[in-house]
Design a protein around this ligand. Sequence first.
Ligand code: ANZ
Ligand code: ZN
Length: 802
Amino acid sequence: MEYNHSKVEKKWQDIWDEKGSFYATESTDKEKFYALVEFPYPSGQGLHVGHPRPYTALDIVARKRRLEGYNVLYPMGWDAFGLPTENYAIKNKIHPAVVTKNNIARFKAQLKSLGMSFDWSREINTTDPDYYKWTQWIFIQLFNKGLAYKKEFPINWCPSCKVGLANEEVVGGGCERCGSVVEQKVKNQWMLKITEYAERLINDLDLVDYIERVKIQQKNWIGRSEGAEVDFHIKGSDDIFRVFTTRPDTLYGATYMVMSPEHPYIEKYADQIENMDELLQYRSDAAKKSEFERTELVKDKTGVEVKGFVAINPVTKKEIPVWISDYVMMSYGTGAIMAVPGHDTRDWEFAKKFDLPIVEVVSGGNVDEAAYTDNADGVLVNSEMINGLKVPEAKAKITDFLVENGMGEKKVNYKLRDWVFSRQRYWGEPIPLVYCETCGWVPVKEEDLPLTLPEVDNYEPTDNGESPLAHIHDWVNTTCPACGKDAKRETDTMPQWAGSSWYFLRYCDPHNNEALASQEMLDYWGPVDWYNGGMEHTTLHLLYSRFWHKFLFDIGVVPTAEPYQKRTSHGMILGENMEKMSKSRGNVVNPDEIITEFGADTLRTYEMFIGDFEKSVPWSMNSLKGCKRFLDRVWKLQDIVEDGDAYSEALIKPLHKTIKKVSDDFENLKFNTAIAALMSLQNDITKVGKLNKAELKTFITLLNPVAPHQTEEMWEQLGFEGLLNETTWPTYEDKYLVDDEIEIVLQINGKVRDKLVISATSTREEMEAFAMASERVKALTEGKNIVKVICVPKKLVNIVVK
Ligand code: ANZ
Ligand code: ZN
């Protein structure tokens, strides 16, 4: 009989839906497995072929685990606040909620047509007031614990999106979304103190099973750096000038100092400074540059000397000049540095340009030519107290000296900054705070949550950078939740990262009105057992959600310190021309068309077979068709099936081996080799020319997680009981894994000396290794030179000696 994929796929999707086949049960005595994929942003473009890759991967794992008897939670939802929807709404004068609803409907239909075994009864949507009630609730808890604060802050400002951006939303100096050059603008912003968790966010990576490159990205982003703070005196004053350095050992080479143009000492010493105008001019020029531009290594160094203000090097006691330059950031360390031009490239360039002294303090380079920076194993020179010491010893000794003499302290700094949490946009969660002249900032009462977005006529952001909510006077003007006097609401909204920072918790108990999820459900389902997502989210989203989770752990809401036990990541699917898929490149593949023409099972099989899951790979129509042919051949196995409930002699070994291979590979992100093993089993069967029902049952069970519709249909046609997705996962026995054995001869210089029994499939390398391990060969070749080893597979090994 012919296979009609459209009909069959629709049929099973409806049956699964109707039966709620993939709903996680509330019974908490079964062992649980919580598989999570990143919920999508429901954009206007609909699903692209990149989406099914991670979804299918964990769908495979989820389906396998159900057959293994686990209570599996594999949920899906929508990360639906955000700029593209808002921009579309502005342009087309439709409410963003309506746009969101339409986009979600489309995405959902597409995901269903892929046969994903999501538990749709737990679908969540970050823009749903019943959901964002709890996002607001978490914010209030952060506020109550002093982890949310308002600060005048130079923010990255996108002049085209008219929105403040977090550092992580600035890519190469441009806006992540629209590419415009990002400017600096001072705004009063809500900030979250993620820096308070920096140390734990690094240390607790030891508790989890993340792929190595993800751990490295987390660590790099947090950017822990160990060093010291050192005090320099200001000449003619008791005041000190503090710097942060990772190289206290180079202190004798500090020939000048540099402060950030925003450094408060410029104001503090205004009456002593002679060239104030020049400094302020430089400061205002620097304000126009983004942090990226300021700190770029290659750029020409600029700066101004501070006249009338000199510092003293605490060890050489020499007077050294103080400069301002934009390569020193106010937001890192103390906002000032000791410049060591002999050993720091930026300092060296600066010193060359402004003719400042360069002193070598670690030997090994030529500091007239370039800064000598690759000096971790170097030896100190020109450094009195630490001369002759290696860098690490010198660091320790000078630091002890500084500490003992009250001239400095050990210090650890982090690159990580506090999280800019305000957005001046409409389509986000309102920040649930009210400002009262008497009481200050007061949170909205818990019983008044959710604080819902008001209806507005105009979603356009304002030119002065205020949120569109600021125009809605009825909404802005309210009363103080604490004292009842007139007060005003905060009009900023939360960033898109907010809703995704805790969504995995809501899936555990999505309809709860009393709490973000019940204690019982959080205890049962947490932590997520396996989370797969894109590498582009392994810095921020992962860090933000780990931070919120740790906070919720600290206040007793969640039972574990870490949210995700395991994190893996997939590569992108590129266009056939190896470039990133995009409309403008004309290389986009539409998953709907693939499903219509070849079926969801083919798309799923292909996306898993396409290549190493962790690597980016180009789409190939040919290879997709190859997968379709494989599934067709599997369908045709029904034509040669015979009765029988035990594996036959001919197939018992290939079957057991494939069970093991597929079971292992599905757990190790090796979906491609698992499918290759199933293809080769299908070949073996075709060679044998027949198979029985027991064998076909095992085959389609192994294939089921990858191609769930066709295998379910075959199950029914073959007359097996119940549904395939309710059967049990096949098991293997070790004794069937060993290969057939054969006897080979061992020769030395062409004479037979020994015999050896080895596996029939041994490679040349294995044969040679077995031969060399033979006691007779060892004895007979002792003290002789082995010239070469000749291997004839399945026959002999000949060792040629002299
Ligand atoms: C002297 C020195 C000598 C330095 C040397 C480096 C090499 P990380 O690893 O990134 O923490 N620095 C300190 N605060 C700064 C700021 N606000 N803006 C720009 N640069 C700053 O780097 C720490 C090093 O960066 C510090 O150590 C300081 O330069 C500089 F051979 O001090 B170093
Ligand atoms: Zn008040």
